[in-house]
Write a protein that binds this ligand. Sequence first.
Ligand SMILES: Cc1ncc(COP(=O)(O)O)c(C=O)c1O
Length: 371
Amino acid sequence: MQKIPLLDLKVMHDGIADELREAVAEVTESNWFVGGPVYKRFAANFAAYCGVDHCVPCGNGTDALYLALWAALGLGDGEGQVITVSHTFVATAEAIAIAGYQPVLVDVDPQTCLMDLKQVEAAITPDTVAIVPVHLYGQMVPMPELNEIARRHKLVVIEDAAQCHGAAYDGYRPGQLSDAATFSFYPGKNLGAWGDAGAVVTNNESIARAADMLSDHGRRTKYEHDDVGINSRMDAIQAAVLDAKLRHLDDWNKSRRQIAGWYRELLEDDDSCVLPAVDPKAQHVYHQFVIQVDDRDCLLKHLNNEGIGAGIHYPIPVHEQPAYEFLGHQPGDFPVTHELCRRILSLPMFPGMTRSQVEHVCDLVRSAVAV
Ligand SMILES: Cc1ncc(COP(=O)(O)O)c(C=O)c1O
């Protein structure tokens, strides 16, 4: 049986093993494990990569979202509303709630699985303070259109870019058209650390300064604290790994696009499989390659039995999670999301996956959906 995992980090890491070893050695030899020159270098390089003025590295993507909201709006008192989607990883809603705001959920577009902008406009109330679009699976929400809505209603926009390192919309990267964008560098992301890590990127100097201070105990100098902050700093070893991997991100994203192209070529004639829709203005980086099928659970079981690591991102939407019962929703409140969670399946996708591996997955998909 030919086993193929959903994600194989080994292919990426083995290819640059010497660079990674040297990067980690630089930190261990410097004995500077939090902050320091490597940390600063990664922050500067990632800001330049994103085409923004500032990058504030932090502990993880959830903290990044929370810090960005806190830096842009202050901590909420539970009254202010922040609009986001139910079809996302739970951390999006979680960060909004922890920052003291009410997550107000909207449905997604059935083709792209991204925030339905018509619903955003309809969800705005006098209590709305911000919008958090989620660039799911590696494709960005149309930011110019979203910004136009936000500007008209004077709302802050924080992009959840945890799944789209290197993506663009109409040539703009996350953080270039909004107040700030936040990234996760969880190991499985397109740019992944060797543990937890995250970052806030922004062109807004006051958001950058506030996020930086809040992530480091609200300190102005070593022992002067202007705010009650938290400890969410990126380890220097993670910064070193990320800095080394950043040099290869564009090549890896290119490989992901090639793999997506092979999936499309091999599955496009199969009417039982809905392939991911791409907005012509979007530069997709395929964090996941997500198809939709009628009998998803049967296909998932078949692939798993054959040694293929398919996944579901995500099987239970935010509004159907016990933790978010307090929002008072019924499953059918967001019908597209509800239905998608039963139809979506993420196929194996990682840089370096070979054409013959993609062919094998597609043969198995076709034979299962044809039954
Ligand atoms: C869309 C989205 N937002 C936020 C996060 C949270 O990132 P982290 O796990 O680094 O806290 C993730 C991570 O999986 C994510 O996929």
